[in-house]
Design a protein around this ligand. Structure first.
Ligand code: KIV
Ligand code: ZN
Length: 432
């Protein structure tokens, strides 16, 4: 007996997951400057937001959620700055978030005055818990709230035809919402918006809180994919958080289940355990031969800029970017990597043991691949001396010298760089 309820199984007899594998990248939406920012101990200043915005543009994001302008003066000013200083490239569309409330929607449109293009993203919570405990609104009144907001957006947009408007609706707490109700509320909003093939609407399905295994989320997405009205005229988006630690898996399965677009943050910043990590999703595609359309060829620069602006360190074991992910300490791993690197031919598919990605593809160098600590064997030591000092040790000497290194490390209790190894080698063999 625990005080937690089992996840309510979603009855989905027609599960197929239309795409059994992912064959192309999704449309990416970075919400670093909104969901990421709102979760920071100290939200970013306008200057920091601008640095991240420029970084996101350089990486190749074409849709960027930049603010919640009706909720914060900094966000309002940031949107104004982007528009007034003409900082938004022609192939980039900014997105802003608003709650489904008249005053907030009006303020949001005020922030966007003069924008060439914009996505206005409106949301309200739809789950039974929120309807009962937070808003005391039953199903019908919850739908009315969303529909009233959708109508107001339509009329405010019509009053400003100089902007190319697009609309997005999120049933917040989707994962805990009855599917028939999620369908009804999304369809009611779409009926107001009347999307077309030229001007598609976005329906965004948030795992506001991740509550189930990724296959359940994917089932929910597939059900919506099958039951949404105007499906052809809709971009189906997902917005995963990572409360159970499976945001990546959920977003990947969701794409197989029919999602066209993924919202998330660089390195998984965001509320609580974060939004889904767009860098990992993108590089997962890359290592399967699908170019994600995002450029992470200088990942360290991206990481350092994000760390400076968010004041949050990236974990050393974070996939693809952590300081330790292209490093092997164990002797057998080092040996296999050394042999794999030596056998790797230019222009052929990457096949190096223990390294799913060629570190140079993300701007990392081979020097950082192998490091030597007390767990290392002769392979890593030989590799570093050969690579950095062109010193090729015969096998017997490798074994002998590795004992010397082990002893020195036991005494010093720290990792050894190739310079340390060279110094030790000189002391042992060349200065005698
Ligand atoms: O997590 C969430 O539900 C959100 C919505 C506002 C889309 O961030
Ligand atoms: Zn969110």
């Amino acid at each position: 007996e625990t005080k937690y309820r089992p996840v309510v199984p979603v009855a989905l007899p027609d599960r197929t997951w239309p795409n059994q594998v992912i064959t192309h990248p999704p449309i990416w939406l970075s919400t670093d400057l909104r969901d990421g920012n709102q979760a920071l101990i100290e939200p970013m200043s306008v200057e920091r937001k601008l640095r991240i915005f420029e970084l996101l543009v350089a990486i190749g994001f074409k849709e960027i959620e930049v603010a919640f302008p009706a909720a914060s003066q900094t966000d309002f000013e940031f949107v104004r700055k982007l528009i007034e200083e003409e900082r938004i490239p022609e192939d980039v569309t900014i997105q802003v978030l608003t709650q489904a409330r008249e005053d907030l929607i009006r303020r949001t449109f005020e922030a966007l005055q003069g924008a060439a293009r914009a996505i206005v993203h409106v949301y309200n919570a739809t789950s039974p818990l929120f309807r009962r405990v937070v808003f005391q609104r039953e199903r019908q009144r919850t739908i009315e709230l969303a529909v009233t907001a959708a109508r107001l957006m339509r009329s405010l947009a019509a009053a400003h035809p100089e902007t190319e408007w697009r609309f997005q609706y999120s049933p917040e707490t989707f994962t805990a919402t009855e599917l028939d109700f999620a369908r009804d509320i999304c369809n009611a909003v779409l009926t107001v918006w009347q999307p077309t093939l030229e001007r598609k609407a976005i329906i965004n399905l948030p795992a506001t809180v991740e509550v189930a295994t990724p296959n359940i989320f994917a089932d929910q997405v597939e059900w919506m994919h099958r039951h949404l009205a105007y499906r052809e005229q809709v971009v189906l988006s997902v917005h995963n958080h990572n409360d159970r630690g499976s945001g990546i898996g959920a977003a990947e399965l969701a794409q197989m289940a029919g999602a066209d677009r993924v919202e998330g943050c660089l390195f998984g910043n965001g509320e609580r355990t974060g939004n889904v990590d767009l860098v990992t999703l993108a590089l997962n595609l890359y290592t399967q031969g699908i170019h994600p359309g995002l450029d992470f060829s200088r990942i360290n620069e991206v990481a350092r800029t994000v760390e400076e602006c968010t004041q949050l360190p990236i974990h050393p074991r974070h996939p693809y970017v952590g300081d330790l992910v292209f490093t092997a300490f164990s002797g057998s791993h080092q040996d296999a990597i050394r042999k794999g690197l030596a056998a790797q031919q230019p222009g052929t598919p990457w096949e190096v043991p223990y390294l799913p990605l060629d570190p140079t593809d993300v701007g990392r160098t081979y020097e950082s691949v192998v490091r030597v600590n007390s767990q290392s064997g002769k392979g890593g030591i030989a590799f570093l001396l050969e690579q950095d000092y062109q010193l090729s040790l015969p096998r017997r000497l490798q074994i002998e010298f590795s004992r010397v290194v082990q002893q020195a490390m036991d005494e010093q209790g720290r990792e050894m760089t190739s310079a340390d190894l060279w110094q030790l080698f000189e002391q042992e063999y060349l200065q005698a």
